[in-house]
Design a binder for this molecule. Structure first.
Ligand code: M6R
Length: 609
């Protein structure tokens, strides 16, 4: 999730590029850069740090020229650093490119380009694009870009510029946004509308596979086959704030709807084409690396802790390694039994949560090997851990964590399969089924998001309840914990999650007529037991909303309402079943008039004890 801008016209490009980037900083802010053609050569200025650092560097040395591109980065491949910042250039500096997304086959391409003599300076996936352009260029800029697009796999919005054709910028997109702002004698390119609305409200929104050749007076859009596409002008009528949220009312709902995309990105390049294995280039462990590991310890806070709770099921059931899960603030003060035989995993969206960082340091001090699952490249936790798996969720701005959670689940599931593969604890056929299941998730998450109306209705109906209970068994219990946290943190409704089998041990006393109970029933091995628990609460006149798989007639018989998710493997159900719970929390908070993105008393990142 990075921000991209481009300008071609009669004015100095740098002015728009810097202003446009400042409107996109919410998309990524670990480094920034611009490239401007001055009539002779392309001048690139880029630096690690916030946009303010770049502006400071340019203060007395603003690049001159009427065509340029710019970028603000949220690191995925390669830590935040000057060389890893965009724009990226080829060996000669004649071709320049900015990118948002992930080039999945970059390692293959890089190897081949190195064999041909190209010299790489960064660790990024993007740099291959600039070198490929250099490689394919034979006097035809457009033709070379087409070849580049045919060679790369993955997701991208890409903007290209060359000194050999200084009257055009070419751009293209797949699975990442790109818009062209239509001006008078000038045109603008941006990953998102906020960058351009101070300049024009007339836009072309590019679709996947389209490529646009942009000059100052014209915009030619064509499809993958080179056939011209006639685009409709989209008039933007959002105000600046709405534009930042992509037209959504809140960051939280925007982030909920980003889940299909970020789930796909988090898996990108990590699933073998034939589904036979998980590829973690960042780990490259062998069977021998696991020798001596007797247990896994997972520590985290809040939503990330709930992801750890799910991870325990995944790892124990698939890789057959014992897993302990602990809240980081508890772990650090309980003189834990950790040593060299422990693999300590910490999970943290921000990579800065103070208790999680302290738990990581403590585990390290006691001799454990450490692995972080985090969303922020270069964060304190990423730097401290021996190994890191990044979730590629992009910046999460709403205090309530949504897309970070689902990408954490995808990451820890891939990790469980990875460990199971190394330990040969899983049959090859089963591995294939589960990887195939992962590949279906983005489309299935879309289906869940398309069915929002019933959830809005429940939220309106039960949004003023004083208490809501979430019940489930096994992985459904783990999701229930997250559903309850979401509801309480943004709607302030008292919400509790219980392992359904525990009801009789006390909680049942709280179940009275009309109390909403959200019952998750996606786990086939405990399904009948869960139905019995549903009957128990129904017998006390609770209003039960059942969450199960499409086609579950049995569940429909026993509950008052159902929310049905597409069928998937039992391990993957949490990644889908949590989405209706996020939506329920969101719409309940809206019903109650709460400040969704900034709930009272809470901060996005807890960096003090
Ligand atoms: O950045 P982290 O993942 O370490 O944050 C941990 C918790 O503070 C966080 O998940 C918190 O619980 C969320 N607000 C929940 O939505």
């Amino acid at each position: 999730m990075c921000g991209i801008v481009g300008y071609i016209g009669p004015k100095q490009a740098a002015g728009f590029l810097l202003e446009g980037l400042s409107k996109l900083e919410y998309r990524g802010y670990d480094s920034a850069g611009i490239a401007v053609f001055d009539g002779e050569k392309i001048n690139v200025t880029k630096t690690v740090g916030r946009l303010a650092v770049l502006k400071d560097q340019l203060k007395n040395n603003m690049p001159q020229g009427q065509i340029g591109i710019g970028h603000t980065r949220w690191a995925t491949h390669g830590r935040p650093s000057d060389v890893n910042s965009h724009p990226h250039t080829d060996c000669t500096g004649n071709f320049v490119v900015v990118h948002n997304g992930i080039i999945e086959n970059y390692l293959d391409l890089k190897e081949k380009l190195i064999e041909k003599g190209h010299v790489f300076v960064s660790e990024t996936d993007t740099e291959v694009v600039a070198h490929l352009l250099e490689e394919y260029y034979d006097g035809d800029f457009e033709g070379a870009v087409k070849k580049v697009l045919a060679a790369i796999e993955g997701s991208y919005s890409l903007v290209f510029m060359t000194k050999f054709d200084p009257d055009k910028i070419i751009c293209s997109k797949k699975d990442n946004p790109l818009v062209i702002g239509l001006g008078q004698g000038e045109n603008f390119i941006a990953s998102d509308i906020p960058a351009i609305i101070n300049y024009t409200r007339r836009t072309y929104i590019l679709s996947d596979g389209e490529m646009a050749v942009v000059t100052k007076d014209s915009v030619w859009v064509m499809n993958r086959q080179g056939v011209p596409v006639s685009k409709k002008v989209f008039e933007v009528n959002w105000d600046a704030e709405a534009a930042e949220k992509g037209g959504y009312e809140h960051f939280m709902i925007k982030e909920i709807y980003e889940q299909p995309k970020v789930i796909r990105e988090t898996m990108s390049g990590r699933l073998a084409k034939d589904n036979s294995e998980i590829i973690f280039d960042e780990l490259k462990w062998t069977k021998e690396d696991l020798v001596g590991i007797k247990k896994i310890l997972i520590t985290a806070c809040g939503t990330a802790y709930h992801a750890g709770f799910v991870a325990k099921y995944f790892i124990e059931q698939l890789a057959r390694i014992p897993v302990e899960v602990d809240i980081a603030s508890e772990f650090r003060y309980r003189t834990p039994l950790v040593d060299e035989s422990t693999l300590a995993i910490v999970i943290s969206q921000s990579g800065e949560t103070i208790d999680t960082l302290a738990a990581l340091k403590e585990a390290k001090r006691l001799g454990a090997r450490t692995l972080a699952v985090t969303n922020v490249v270069g964060s304190s936790i990423a730097r401290e851990a021996d190994h890191v798996i990044y979730t590629w969720a992009g910046p999460e701005i709403a205090v309530a964590s949504t897309k970070a959670y689902t990408t954490q689940l995808v990451s820890v599931f891939m990790l469980a399969l990875y460990l199971a593969g190394l330990k040969e604890a899983i049959a090859p056929e089963r591995m294939k089924e589960l990887v195939a299941g992962l590949k279906n998730l983005p489309a299935q998450a879309h289906e869940v998001l398309d069915d929002v109306e019933p959830i809005k209705t429940f939220a309106e109906k039960y949004g003023f309840s004083e208490d809501v209970f979430f019940i489930g068994r096994s992985l459904d219990y783990a999701v229930a914990l997250e559903g309850a946290l979401k509801l309480k943190e943004i709607s302030y409704i008292h919400a509790e999650a219980y392992a359904a089998g525990e009801l009789k041990h006390g909680t049942l006393a709280l179940i009275i007529e009309g109390v909403p109970v959200i019952a998750l029933a996606t786990q086939s091995d405990v399904y009948d037991k869960t139905l019995s628990n549903i009957k128990e609460v129904k017998a006390r006149d609770a209003v039960v909303i059942g969450i199960g798989f499409v086609g579950d007639k049995q569940l429909e018989k026993y509950v008052d309402h159902t929310i049905l998710i597409p069928r998937t493997e039992k391990y993957l159900a949490p990644i889908l079943s949590v989405i209706p719970l996020q939506l329920l929390a969101y719409y309940a908070a809206i019903t109650r008039g709460c400040d969704v993105d900034k709930p009272r008393n809470l901060a996005k990142s807890v960096t003090v004890e």
